[in-house]
Design a protein around this ligand. Structure first.
Ligand SMILES: [Zn+2]
Length: 171
């Protein structure tokens, strides 16, 4: 499937990690089709473009993973900041993520902060643009506009649960 050279994806990464989330995500997608916001191929209709606020997109994918993963603007780049001093700690974060990925039990979920000398959990520091850790996400592929509507945000919160929005530039 051909994409424009720079594709932008939006991930809605859910904070909770339980099996029912998948069912809730699927139910929401089905409801969007029934409401006429999505075609059966999960492309936005004219009404859906207004409802989602993301203009055109390719489709929506449900993601569920066996273990927690980092959703971030990997190819487009992002910066990470200490929650105490607001100083840049991207390289500390990258080291922390590498250590966490390389440990078998995935227990070492922290970074050692060179700014405040404390340990932070990897999801306590913040990113610009935002990143998130999770196992369940809805991915809107190749969106035309990056500001989701408040109606979409509300329906995701009510229908599935708390989440973070991660924008990811691809290619
Ligand atoms: Zn710090």
């Amino acid at each position: 499937m051909p994409f424009p050279r720079s594709q932008l994806d939006a991930y809605f990464v859910f904070a909770e990690e339980h099996r029912e989330l998948l069912e809730q995500m699927e139910r929401l997608r089905t409801r969007w089709v029934e409401s006429g916001y999505l075609s059966s191929g999960y492309k936005p209709t004219q009404e859906g473009r207004v409802y989602f606020g993301l203009e055109e997109f390719f489709n929506i994918q449900s993601i569920y993973l066996p273990t927690k993963q980092l959703f971030a603007n990997h190819q487009g780049g992002y910066r990470v900041f200490c929650p105490v001093t607001d100083e840049l700690v991207t390289s500390d974060f990258v080291k922390g993520v590498q250590r966490w990925r390389n440990t078998i039990q995935k227990t070492e979920f922290y970074l050692v902060c060179s700014q405040c000398q404390e340990r932070h959990l990897l999801d306590e520091v913040y990113g610009k643009p935002a990143f998130a850790f999770g196992r369940y996400a809805l991915r809107f592929i190749n969106i035309g506009q990056a500001t989701p509507s408040s109606k979409l945000l509300e329906d995701l919160q009510v229908g599935v649960g708390p989440f973070k929005v991660v924008l990811s530039r691809v290619g």
